[in-house]
Design a protein. Structure first.
Length: 205
């Protein structure tokens, strides 16, 4: 049996929880920008601020790793988890920015469902991050994230089929496809987060 003696370093867990909370805010802003009559420039500004806050949290995690002699789990895993969480936020920011820059007025069927999948996955991730302290009851997290990612894949295929079905002008297809792909990448990145958490849990068990 392998024993590990490590100090209780709560700041890492707090920072990971903080990082995941930014994802909830980002996913909600992405959903908000789809609403009729919303001030898109205001939502875009809020997203930029949220993305900046997420970057600050990521930098804080990296600084903590670099200044801490003994970490609660492997440094490589801390870097990987921090980077994966940051990737999710970047993709959501990219989606909102593209909607504003391209002035996308219409979204294909199932896109709103795709954003809802992203919101559920972001909330589940935020709810699960505090469990890294004990490494308990995390299996439900990565199992459900995997299920949501599969739902996202199905939605993505339906969205693309609709986009390329001949109902939209070519330029509109290109604009919407960029947004759709950014959301798909965000959902995939959340699955990467879950996979990293699973790897950490296995190592620490």
């Amino acid at each position: 049996m392998r024993f590990r003696i490590r100090p209780v370093e709560t700041s890492f867990y707090d920072l990971f929880s903080e990082s995941a909370s930014h994802l909830v805010a980002g996913a909600d802003l992405l959903a908000k920008i789809l609403e009729d009559g919303v001030d898109r420039s205001a939502v875009s500004k809020q997203m930029r601020e949220a993305e900046h806050q997420a970057d600050e949290t990521t930098h804080a995690i990296v600084r903590r790793v670099n200044s801490t002699f003994i970490t609660p789990f492997d440094r490589e895993d801390i870097y990987a988890l921090a980077g994966a969480l940051d990737d999710v936020m970047d993709f959501m920011d990219e989606a909102v920015d593209s909607i504003v820059l391209y002035d996308v007025e219409e979204f294909p069927p199932h896109f709103a469902e795709q954003v809802e999948v992203l919101q559920r996955a972001a909330r589940l991730t935020a709810e699960s991050m505090p469990r890294l302290r004990t490494m308990k009851d995390l299996d439900e997290f990565w199992i459900e994230i995997n299920r949501l990612e599969n739902d996202g894949d199905r939605n993505h295929r339906r969205i693309l089929a609709n986009l390329f079905g001949g109902s939209y002008k070519a330029m509109e297809v290109l604009k919407m496809k960029d947004v759709v792909e950014s959301v798909e990448h965000a959902i995939d990145a959340l699955e990467t987060v879950a996979n990293i958490v699973e790897q950490i849990a296995v190592k620490e068990s």
